[in-house]
Design a binder for this molecule. Structure first.
Ligand code: MN
Length: 739
């Protein structure tokens, strides 16, 4: 075994395959490319590639230019157009020499440059160097397709890979295995989906040879043995069928072929068949002119040989997803052997072998231009049906398939790199914020910006394939914001942001409830009612009067100033001091609890804005909030001036019972001893409750600014209070404040 490996590792130019010269290539493409301009384009590409790769040799010993010539040769066998051939010749120049994409574009045009550029990017990703943990095979394929964008890129890449596989024996065993594995995971499934059977089966057999050398050899040996045994039997069968078809005057040609080694390997080792159980090891293919003749030949075969039940498949009436068409049947020959018989037209045969490439063959003519090459492919891309899971009954034309294909496959994902070179796949349109969340939710939550390709950008920047992205985070970030839901495109990021905001709102609500509780307690303490007693007093009767289901709701309403603690104190009738004249107004039959009403609208949630704390007597206006009912502001509140287009007329509810409203004030005074005591005494004398008192001494002027929330029933009372305060020694001004 060791000896055998050594043998295989011997350097053999071009893997022992015949080496082609540019003249060989020319001979091949001159058959179908006639326009001198197009012929010149390929020649120029060859000359430039030869010049750039000059003096460089492959591991196997031949000049480097041999590789691009062979790649172009494989493409010319598929009758690729001039630009694809030129790109095939130039495909390694940007990666391996000093040639640049702009230089290629200047000399060969946009398309050749685009194909070489895409191939260079794919090459740089060096997929096969990545470890298994980095990617699933499916991701490999997606990344490749995402980078390819254009069918010609895929075909050049497949030709490149095929030639590399043919010359694999000059590489080290671990590279042989890695490239073989990648070929089976990434490239042969794509070749299969494109229906390019020729390339698919050759690549599969070569890859298997390196991955499972012993099994490969065992199958090869069995096939050789089997073929020599059956040689006579096969020839007899072919002759009998040929005579019968000929008698009916049906034009035909006949081929016999052995299934690929890889397909036998799959059946034996993955589907657990015995070699002898694989009926269709030997197949006869009959190729005729028309579909009708296919069925005629089938009739002749079935009339003469016994078909095996369940083995007949009509892929003409029901093509395979990659548009493979053929009739398949298995029959027992006169001597008891089983054969598969495939019957198809010439066109079906070329589709079966070359798939998309069969339709993609370069056609030169007066109405043909180079750009048509891609369009022609797009028009005929029925094969991509299974790429885009379009249902069987969808009868849209090929263009629709291509459009769906472009959107769903080529453009469905963008692949972005971390600074460490890890690939992050995101849906098309994804932003730097999505990238941040894909890295880690913690990175997303603390993201403040990003650096894309060295440039500082905001979190709503849309990413492109190939971008290198780094997320900037900050410990001081307040976390996801409502607006991020618009920026994030991935559902996972959106879901996380939503959850975070909901949690945050829950936290804020608890905070609000706590604040409401505290201002309620402060007001009750002002009436010499302690915590325990207050909590007992706030019973179901209180809750139902003010219209809340639980205490949390009531406290929240207090914090939001929909209910004042003094309204509760008055309702409970526990105010210690005589009520002022203003407060003695009678409760009336109107049982609306809202201090403000909106014309024509009942049962709307109303809150008094905290910024300007309106009180009865103020000119007020309603602001229609998003989802929180109507916020009532003072007409002169600057916050509402900004949104005048969403305001609504509101009126004070004069029928509402006695109530007081919080007003935030600032009192200005020169600093002196017992100022605060005198000020509170003056307010107490007017029966005005005070909460949230804060004193701030301004050092430079030795003045005090006292902030407080006082509770008054209306604007007239407030004016009265201000006059009283200004009568206190040292106080020179009082103001309502708007936050
Ligand atoms: Mn190459």
């Amino acid at each position: 075994m060791a000896n055998k490996n050594k043998e295989e590792n011997k350097l053999v130019p071009n893997g022992g395959y015949p080496m082609h010269t540019y003249e060989d290539l020319r001979e091949l493409f001159y058959v179908y490319i006639k326009d001198p301009k197009n012929r010149e384009l390929v020649k120029e590409a060859y000359d430039l590639a030869a010049k750039k790769h000059a003096g460089v040799f492959r591991r196997s010993g031949e000049a480097y230019i041999q590789h691009p010539i062979e790649v172009a040769y494989i493409l010319a066998q598929l009758q690729a157009g001039p630009e694809t051939l030129a790109a095939g010749l130039l495909h390694d120049t940007v990666e391996d020499t000093d040639l640049t994409i702009p230089e290629i574009e200047a000399q060969f045009g946009k398309d050749v440059a685009m194909i070489v550029d895409s191939l260079t990017k794919i090459q740089r990703m060096k997929l096969s160097h990545r470890t298994e943990e980095d990617f699933e095979a499916e991701d490999h394929r997606k990344i490749f397709l995402g980078m390819a964008k254009d069918i010609r890129v895929i075909l050049v890449k497949l030709a490149d890979r095929l030639h590399n596989l043919r010359t694999l024996q000059s590489l080290k065993p671990e590279r042989q295995k890695a490239l073989s594995k990648e070929t089976l995971e990434v490239f042969t499934p794509i070749a299969h989906r494109l229906g390019i059977y020729k390339m698919q089966s050759e690549m599969e057999d070569l890859a298997l040879k390196y991955l499972e050398p012993e099994k490969y050899q065992a199958i090869l040996d069995k096939l050789n043995e089997r073929e020599s045994n059956r040689h006579q039997s096969l020839n007899n069968l072919k002759k009998r069928i040929a005579d019968l078809v000929f008698e009916q005057n049906i034009p035909f040609r006949m081929e016999s072929r052995i299934k690929s080694i890889y397909s036998i390997y799959r059946k034996m080792y993955l589907k657990q068949y015995n070699f002898d159980e694989i009926y269709d090891v030997l197949a006869i293919r009959i190729i005729t002119h028309t579909v009708m003749q296919c069925y005629e030949i089938l009739g002749i075969v079935h009339a003469t040989f016994k078909p095996i039940p369940g083995r007949f498949k009509d892929y003409i009436a029901m093509p395979k997803p990659n548009m493979y068409q053929s009739l398949h049947t298995s029959i027992v020959s006169g001597d008891g052997n089983i054969y598969e018989v495939q019957i198809r037209t010439e066109e079906m045969d070329s589709v079966a072998e070359e798939g998309v490439a069969a339709h993609w063959k370069y056609k030169e003519g007066s109405n043909y231009n180079a750009k048509e090459e891609q369009k022609d492919i797009e028009d005929k891309l029925h094969w991509f049906r299974d790429f885009v899971s379009i249902s069987e009954d969808d009868n849209g034309d090929a263009k629709d398939y291509m459009a769906a294909l472009s959107n769903d496959i080529f453009n469905a994902n963008v692949y972005v790199f971390t600074p460490m070179g890890k690939v992050v796949d995101l849906p098309n349109g994804a932003t730097t914020l999505d990238f941040a969340y894909k890295i880690h939710t913690k990175v997303g939550d603390s993201a403040v910006g990003a650096v894309v390709n060295g440039q500082m950008v905001p979190l709503n920047t849309v990413l492109k394939t190939g971008d290198v992205c780094e997320i900037k985070t900050s410990k001081n970030s307040s976390g996801p914001k409502e607006g991020w839901l618009e920026i994030a495109k991935t559902s996972s990021a959106k879901a996380h942001i939503k959850k975070f905001i909901a949690k945050n709102n829950e936290f804020l609500r608890e905070e609000t409830i706590r604040k409401g509780y505290e201002s309620c307690l402060e007001a009750f303490k002002g009436q010499d009612i302690g915590q325990g007693e207050m909590e007992k007093m706030l019973d179901d009767k209180v809750l139902s009067h003010f219209g809340y289901n639980d205490l949390d709701g009531l406290y929240e309403a207090i914090a939001n100033r929909n209910v004042t603690p003094f309204a509760i104190i008055d309702f409970l009738g526990v105010r210690k001091k005589e009520k002022s004249a203003v407060m003695l107004r009678h409760r009336d039959s109107n049982d609306s609890k809202n201090p403000v009403y909106v014309d024509g609208i009942d049962n709307v949630a109303i809150s008094l804005a905290k910024c300007c704390s309106p009180i009865p007597g103020d000119d007020i206006v309603g602001y229609v909030t998003k989802g929180k009912g109507i916020a009532v502001h003072r007409m002169n509140c600057p916050n509402v001036a900004k949104v005048m287009n969403r305001t609504i007329d509101v009126h004070w509810n004069d029928d509402l019972g006695i109530s007081t409203y919080p007003v935030d004030i600032q009192v200005y005074s020169t600093d002196r001893p017992s100022l605060l005591a005198d000020m509170l005494a003056a307010l107490a004398a007017k029966n005005i409750a005070v909460t949230d008192l804060k004193v701030h001494l301004i050092q430079e002027t030795m003045n005090d600014v006292i902030a407080a929330t006082i509770y008054v029933p209306d604007a007239r009372t407030l004016e009265d209070v201000f006059a009283t305060l200004k009568g206190v020694k040292g106080i020179y001004d009082c103001k309502r404040i708007i936050h």
